[in-house]
Design a protein. Structure first.
Length: 228
């Protein structure tokens, strides 16, 4: 019995060392400011309320004071709350900026066209996975909304190591921790295309990264950032 306990202990230590062999990663990230409801085109002589999300230096959603401006008020006016009004055909850059609690100035610029109808921004976002550990992780992914259903699609080129005791996938705004992340679930497919349907509580602009973590030991395996 003692020999069995010793063998199990050795196995656990081996797996743990394999999972945490990399240096501990600082969980700080750059503060980010972005629109939660971006539009590509606004119909002339109409208004649209832009909404923002600010994520602080640990990826937590919080509120800050914002300043709004337009590169051409003759084409698109913007109020101090982000209400834009299309005045004439053309385009303008809408800028929103503010000071993060950590001291950094954050800013987001977005080009909006004035046309004959309002067109929301693309209903899909994409990126590529990269391993940050000694374990295999690679492949493309697309987050897409169709008929009100949000789905994360992993591409044909996806590959992940099956050697870990508990690999989980998340959506997050801080790729260094699962704190505050949305847990999608345990990884059960390690090669090729597959998908995850997400709950209605998750919106397409809510998160900036797809994250893979060795859950039993709370160690990062790799991630991928949305490029749009």
């Amino acid at each position: 019995m003692k020999n069995l306990i010793f063998v199990c202990s050795v196995i656990c230590v081996f797996v743990l060392n394999g999972c945490i062999k990399d240096d501990i990663i600082d969980d700080r990230v750059e503060p980010v400011l972005r629109f939660s409801n971006p539009i590509d085109t606004i119909e002339i002589n109409t208004s649209f309320q832009l909404e923002t999300m600010f994520f602080n230096n640990v990826g937590k959603l919080t509120d800050i004071d914002l300043i709004w401006s337009s590169s051409d008020e003759a084409i698109i006016e913007v109020s101090n709350t982000g209400l834009i009004t299309a005045k004439q055909l053309g385009n303008a850059i809408i800028t929103v900026e503010g000071d993060a609690p950590s001291g950094e100035m954050v800013k987001h610029d977005y080009l909006i066209i004035v046309g004959n109808s309002t067109v929301m921004a693309s209903n899909e976002r994409s990126g590529n996975l990269v391993t940050t550990s000694s374990y295999a992780l690679e492949g493309s992914f697309i987050l897409k909304e169709e008929a009100g259903v949000l789905t994360l699609f992993m591409g044909d080129d996806y590959q992940a190591s099956s050697a870990l005791p508990g690999l989980f996938v998340y959506l997050t705004n801080n790729p260094n921790t699962t704190s505050g992340a949305h847990e999608i679930g345990a990884v059960t497919v390690f090669d090729g295309a597959h998908s995850y349907q997400l709950p209605s509580s998750v919106s397409i602009m809510d998160y900036q990264y797809v994250l893979y973590f060795c859950k039993p030991f709370n160690v990062k395996v790799g991630d991928g950032q949305f490029q749009n």
